[in-house]
Design a binder for this molecule. Structure first.
Ligand code: 26W
Length: 811
C-alpha cells in the first residue's frame, strides 16, 4: 500500500501546514480538500514517473486518445479508490474529526464535456490505466467547462463554469513541453535541391502549454497521462525569434494576446448540432497540432525511424472533432520530416483510427472552404491533395459514377466533410453499438463500407464499473463483495456469479434494502436543497441525459400528463406512488429544448401543488445535471428511461450505468438497449415502440401523419391541447413551438406513434413492481449481466482489434 492510516494523518497535517500555514482545525473545508488532493497526487507521482520511464525504456506502443471533450467529474474519490487507500484515508480523517465526504464535496466537477461522448472518453482513460494499457488522453484545458444550469421561474439560466477559480491540484503545468501552433498566414513554395519546400509567413503563432493530469490505474502501478493544452500568447522574444513581430508591430501583438487566449477559453455547449464557428475550428486545430507535434517529438527522442511510427503510436480520434490529425500528421511528415507523399500517407493511414458517435445529419461536421483555407492554408492544401488522389482513384480505379463520387468526396459544394476525411485518412472506423454500426454500414456510410469493408468494425460502448458501481454505490458493492468475492472489481464479467442469487430471497431483500436506503438519503438531500418533500417509498422513475428532441423527454412527460388526467378523474385510482425525475441541460442556442424544460417544470408545478391527487405522483426537475449528480441519482433509480426514437441514439451509456445499479430499463430498441435486452433476456427489460427499421422506413417512404393522429385520438388530443389552452396557467404561447413541431412539422420523432405503446409499457412496469419479488429478481439479473458493459471490456476490444497495444505491468 502506498500509505497507511498513520502516514496519511501525518502527511496530511504536514500538507495543511506547508500549503496554508495552518493547523488542521484552523483550515477551511476547501483548504483541507486542496491539501488532501495535493497529497494524493504526491503519492501517485512515483508511479507516474515510473510508468513514463518504463514505457520509454521498453519502447511500448502508445495510444493517444484525441478528444475535444473529457467529462471527468471529480477525481479525489476515484483516485483514493484506485490507489487502494480509500478506507485508510477515511479512518485517518475520522480520527482527526473530519468526514471524508465533506472534503470530497469541495471538489468542483471537471465538466470539460457535453455528455455521452465526453464521459466515454473519461471512462476509457480509467480503463486503459486500470488494464495497464499505455494510453493517454489529449484534449483542451478549457478555462470554462460546460455551463452551470440554474432553473429560475422554470426556465434554464446558464452560468459560466469557472472551475479553475481555485488552483486545480491534479494538474501539472509543463512549460518545457510547450509547442507553437501556427494559424493563418501565407504558404510559400520554394524549390530546394529539386524538392518543393513549404514555409509559412505572416502567421499567428500560438503557444500551446500542456497541463498533465495523472490517470491512476486501479490496484496496479500504472499512472497514465491526460494532457490538456492551454493557449497562450508567445512571449515577445519567442515571437521575435519566429519573425512574427517586428518592434513596430509589438502593440498589435499585444492586442492579439486576448484573441489567442480565447482559443482555450470555453467549451462549446452544443451537442449533436454543428455550428460552423471559426473559433471552434481554431480549437480543433490548436489541440490536434499541439498533440501531434508532441507525439512526434517524444517518438523521435526514442530514436525510432519515422517510417515505423505506426508500429509504436496509435492515434485515436473521438468523433470527427480531431480529424485534422490526418492532414496535420501529413504536414509534419512531409514538411518537417521530409517524407514523400505516398510514404507519409501510408504512415498516417496506419496510425489513425476513428470512432463515429452519431448518425444525426445535423451533427456531421463540415467546414466552409473559405473559412478553413483562411486559417489553415497549408492544411487545406494537404486536404485538397488527399481528396484529389482519392477522387482520382474512385474515378479511374473503381469507375464510380459522378453522383456517388460527389457524395464521397472530402471536399464538395464548398465544404470539407470531416467524416469523409477521417474515413479516408485512417485505417479503422467504428460505431459505438451493434445497431449503430449496422446503420452506418447499411445506410449512413454505405458507400464507404463498400469501398473499404475491412475498415469498419463495432465497439459497443462501456462504462467504468469502478466509478459507477464501486464508488457510486458503496453499499451495493459491499453486498456484492460479501456474496461473490472481490474478483469482479478487476474482472467485471464475474458479476455474472450474482445470477444464482437472483431468486435468493435473502440476497434480493438486502439488495432492495440498499436501494431503499439510497432513496431515503437522496430524498433528504432533495429536501435540504430544494425544500421539496418526496416519498422515498415511491417508484423512482428517472430520465437523466442531455435535453434533445430525439431523446423524447416529451414522451415521458405526456405519459405523466395523461396519468395526471386519470388521477383527476379518479383520485382513488390504485397506483403505486411514483416520483418522476428529470435532469437535463439544454444547449443555450437550442430554443425548443429550453421550451421543453419550461414545460417539464410547469407540469411539475401543477402536479406537485395539487393536493387532490394525494401525492400519488410527483415530478422533479433537478438542476445542473452532471457527473456528480449522476453518481447520486443512478443508485436510487428503479426505472431507467431510455426512450429515444429508434435509430437515433448511437449507443447511450447512462442505460448501462442504471442497469449496473439494479434499475429496470424501460426502452426502445435503440443503441445499446438492444444489447442490454440480449444480455438480460426480454423478460428482464421492458421494450416498446417502433424499431429502427420501422422508423427509417417512415422517414424514407412516408406514411406517418401526426396531425391525423392528433385529430383522431382523444387522449393525445387532450394532452397536446393542454399545452396551448391555458390548462397549465401559463400564457398560451409558452409552448407554441412544441405544439408546432408535433402538429405542423409532423412530429419528427414519432412521439404520437409510440405514445400508447409507451403508456402500456409504463403500466407493465407498474404491474411488475407490484409483484415485488419478481421485480427484485429482475433487478439482480440486471446487475449480474452488467459486467459486459464495463469499459474494461470495450477497451480490451479496442486494444486487440484496433490499436494492437500490449498490457504493461509496471514494476
Ligand atoms: C457540436 C457538434 C457535436 C456533434 C456531435 C458535438 C458533439 C457530438 C456528439 C457526437 C454527441 C454525442 O455525445 N454523442 C453520443 O456519444 C455517446 C458515446 O458514444 C453515445 O452513447 C450517444 O448515444 C451519442 O449520442
Amino acid at each position: 500500500m502506498i500509505a497507511n492510516k498513520d502516514t496519511i494523518k501525518k502527511d496530511f497535517a504536514g500538507k495543511v501546514k506547508s500549503m496554508f500555514g495552518k493547523n488542521i482545525e484552523e483550515a477551511s473545508s476547501l483548504q483541507k480538500y486542496e491539501a488532501l488532493a495535493d497529497l494524493i497526487r504526491d503519492y501517485s507521482s512515483i508511479n507516474w514517473s515510473k510508468t513514463n520511464s518504463q514505457y520509454k525504456a521498453n519502447n511500448e506502443k502508445q495510444v493517444y486518445y484525441f478528444s475535444m471533450e473529457f467529462l471527468i467529474g471529480r477525481l479525489l474519490k476515484s483516485n483514493l479508490y484506485n490507489l487502494g487507500i480509500e478506507e485508510e484515508c477515511r479512518v485517518a480523517l475520522k480520527e482527526l474529526g473530519i468526514k471524508l465526504e465533506e472534503i470530497e464535496e469541495q471538489e468542483l466537477d471537471a465538466g470539460l464535456g457535453n455528455g455521452g461522448l465526453g464521459r466515454l472518453a473519461a471512462c476509457f482513460l480509467d480503463s486503459m490505466a486500470s488494464l495497464g494499457i499505455p494510453g493517454h488522453g489529449c484534449g483542451i484545458r478549457y478555462k470554462y467547462g460546460l455551463f452551470e444550469q440554474k432553473i429560475v421561474n422554470g426556465y434554464q439560466i446558464e452560468i459560466p463554469d469557472n472551475w479553475l477559480k481555485e488552483p486545480n491540484p491534479w494538474e501539472v503545468r509543463k512549460d518545457n513541453k510547450a509547442v507553437v501552433v501556427k494559424l493563418g498566414g501565407r504558404v510559400i513554395e520554394n524549390y530546394e535541391n529539386g524538392y518543393l519546400k513549404f514555409t509559412y509567413e505572416n502567421y499567428q503563432g500560438i503557444k500551446a502549454v500542456p497541463y498533465d493530469i495523472p490517470i491512476i490505474g486501479y490496484d496496479n502501478k500504472t499512472v497514465n497521462t491526460l494532457r490538456l493544452w492551454s493557449a497562450e500568447a508567445l512571449e515577445e522574444e519567442e515571437a521575435v525569434n519566429l519573425n512574427l513581430i517586428s518592434r513596430g508591430e509589438y502593440f498589435k501583438a499585444l492586442e492579439d494576446k486576448a484573441s489567442v487566449e480565447s482559443i482555450s477559453q470555453v467549451l462549446y455547449p452544443d451537442d449533436s448540432k454543428i455550428e460552423g464557428k471559426l473559433l471552434r475550428l481554431k480549437q480543433q486545430y490548436f489541440f490536434v497540432s499541439a498533440g501531434v507535434q508532441s507525439i512526434i517529438r517524444s517518438y523521435k527522442s526514442k530514436k525510432n525511424h519515422i517510417n515505423d511510427l505506426y508500429k509504436y503510436v496509435a492515434i485515436h480520434i473521438n468523433d470527427t472533432h480531431p480529424s485534422l490529425a490526418v492532414p496535420e500528421l501529413m504536414r509534419i511528415l512531409i514538411d518537417e520530416e521530409g517524407l514523400e507523399w505516398d510514404k507519409a500517407f501510408e504512415i498516417t493511414n496506419k496510425t489513425i483510427s476513428y470512432t463515429n458517435h452519431t448518425i444525426m445529419a445535423e451533427a456531421m461536421e463540415k467546414w466552409q472552404v473559405d473559412m478553413f483555407k483562411g486559417i489553415l492554408p497549408r492544411i487545406y492544401m494537404i486536404v485538397q491533395e488527399i481528396n484529389r488522389r482519392f477522387v482520382e482513384d474512385l474515378k479511374v480505379k473503381y469507375k464510380m459514377e459522378q453522383g456517388k463520387i460527389n457524395k464521397m468526396s472530402i471536399i464538395n459544394e464548398n465544404h470539407i466533410k470531416m467524416a469523409n476525411l477521417a474515413i479516408v485518412g485512417g485505417y479503422s472506423v467504428n460505431g459505438v453499438a451493434r445497431l449503430h454500426t449496422e446503420i452506418l454500414k447499411k445506410r449512413e456510410l454505405k458507400d464507404f463500407y463498400e469501398l473499404y469493408p475491412e475498415k469498419f468494425n463495432n465497439k459497443t460502448n462501456g462504462i467504468t464499473h469502478r466509478r459507477w458501481l464501486l464508488e457510486a454505490n458503496p453499499s451495493l458493492s459491499k453486498l456484492i463483495c460479501s456474496t461473490i468475492g472481490t474478483e469482479w472489481i478487476k474482472k467485471p464479467e464475474e458479476l455474472i456469479n450474482l445470477k444464482k442469487y437472483s431468486r435468493d430471497a435473502a440476497f434480493q431483500d438486502r439488495a432492495a434494502e440498499i436501494k431503499k436506503k439510497n432513496k431515503i438519503e437522496f430524498s433528504k438531500e432533495i429536501k435540504d436543497r430544494y425544500g421539496v418533500e418526496i416519498n422515498p417509498y415511491s417508484i423512482f422513475d428517472v430520465q437523466v441525459k442531455r435535453l434533445h428532441e430525439y431523446k423524447r423527454q416529451i414522451l415521458n412527460l405526456f405519459n405523466i400528463i395523461n396519468l395526471y388526467f386519470k388521477l383527476k378523474e379518479n383520485p382513488n385510482l390504485d397506483i403505486v406512488p411514483r416520483t418522476f425525475f428529470f435532469a437535463a441541460k439544454a444547449s443555450p442556442s437550442y430554443l425548443l429544448a429550453k421550451e421543453i424544460i419550461k414545460l417539464i417544470t410547469t407540469v411539475q408545478y401543477k402536479i406537485n401543488n395539487d393536493r387532490s391527487i394525494k401525492d400519488k405522483i410527483k415530478v422533479l426537475f433537478l438542476e445542473n445535471y452532471g457527473v456528480s449528480l449522476a453518481e447520486k441519482i443512478i443508485p436510487c433509480a428503479d426505472i431507467s428511461e431510455q426512450i429515444s426514437t429508434a435509430s437515433k441514439e448511437a449507443s447511450g451509456t447512462g442505460n448501462m450505468k442504471f442497469m449496473m445499479n439494479g434499475a429496470i430499463t424501460l426502452a426502445t430498441l435503440d443503441g445499446a438497449n438492444v444489447e442490454i435486452r440480449e444480455a438480460v433476456g426480454e423478460e428482464n427489460i421492458i421494450i416498446f415502440g417502433l424499431n429502427a427499421d420501422e422508423v427509417m422506413n417512415y422517414e424514407r417512404y412516408g406514411g406517418y401523419n401526426s396531425k391525423e393522429i392528433f385529430n383522431r385520438d382523444p387522449i393525445i388530443n387532450k394532452i397536446v391541447n393542454s399545452l396551448i389552452n391555458g390548462y397549465f396557467q401559463v400564457p398560451n404561447c409558452e409552448f407554441i413551438n412544441i405544439y408546432k413541431h408535433l402538429i405542423d412539422k409532423n412530429d419528427e420523432y414519432f412521439i404520437f406513434k409510440d405514445f400508447h405503446f409507451y403508456v402500456n409499457a409504463q403500466e407493465k412496469a407498474e404491474a411488475l413492481y407490484k409483484n415485488y419479488n419478481k421485480w427484485k429478481e429482475m433487478s439482480v439479473i440486471n446487475i449480474a449481466h452488467s459486467g459486459r458493459f464495463s469499459s474494461d471490456k470495450t477497451i480490451e476490444n479496442y486494444s486487440k482489434e484496433i490499436w494492437n497495444t500490449r498490457k504493461v505491468n509496471i514494476i
